[in-house]
Design a protein around this ligand. Sequence first.
Ligand code: UDP
Ligand code: MN
Length: 348
Amino acid sequence: MQLLNGKTVTVILLLALLLLVVYWYIFQPYRDVVSFTQEETTEGRCTADVIVSVDHPFHLEDHLQYKQPSIVQGRTDVVTVTPWLAPVVWEGSFNPVLLDSIYKHKNISIAATVFAVGKYIMFLKKFLETAEQHFFVGFKVHFYVFTDRPNEVPQVKMAAGRQLTVSSVPSSKRWQEISARRMELIQTLIEEKLRNHADYIFCLDVDSQFHGRWGTESLGGLVAVIHPGYYRDDRSKFPYERRPKSKAYVAPGEGDFYYCGGAFGGLLQEVYLLASTCRSNFQADTKEGIEAAWQEESHLNRYMWINKPSKVLSPEYLWQDFKPRNPEIHIIRFSGVVKNYAEIRPNV
Ligand code: UDP
Ligand code: MN
């Protein structure tokens, strides 16, 4: 009886082993595709070793306490999303503490280009000083200054992790040329220096100062800023290039917003595409003997019509000092100074 029981047990064990081998054999190939290492992180998420190799874009590392979000309360005086569902960033539409905490763990670095050719060098000091106070504070920022007067670049004390590189560029007799050459230099900078050294890039006018926070809320694939001068107008009033001969042409009835040439940015790859496209379109125009109404701003607007920005920054992100503040503008973050064109431009 004892022996029989022993044999039975052995047979059962062997059968179980066989079943286990068969089970393992059947499911093994699928493991390559769907298996998860059932490893619980402290956040209670399972990490998948095979499929999920991406970093979640809004992963919260800390147990941060912040104001409860709402989908029924918030700004009602402005539109915070475009018809293609890109956020439009306004004060009150985001939580800066939450966003900074999310981006802090990503160890991102941001490049910022600024051109200070000829007399525009006079704007650089205030631009840099105020950037230290407001532009991505607490994050790695590398400013790239392009100037024909490298000796006049001011010494501005920068916080840890932030630096400045000066590149010499030739001066020019026409401001249109200086402005237009920016796309080419941005393209070359990304190709030659930034690859693998920066995640995001912002290209900014030097004749402007920061007055409020400009931070992680502005990050996105392709980022455009709505021009403060036209955002309440009908699109027929936008100063797009209207001659069909130009590669910057925007037809009547087309165009979403009028964007600034003085501030744009996004992921390196996106800005590279924008800069190289605008540059080659600008050059094609030159060959045809045409210069778009607002140079690279016109080309940028044409580009953004076809390639919609994934994040749109409200006019808080590039106001103009001479403009009275409209009621929907709760904060001015960056603003163009009042300047005497005849005095500072090489030609008028
Ligand atoms: N710029 C420059 N030197 C010039 C003209 C323009 O460095 O003589 C650069 C500078 O960065 C400036 C940008 O090109 O901010 C755009 O020109 P501007 O600010 O005069 O255009 P606006 O903002 O008045 O349209
Ligand atoms: Mn400007």
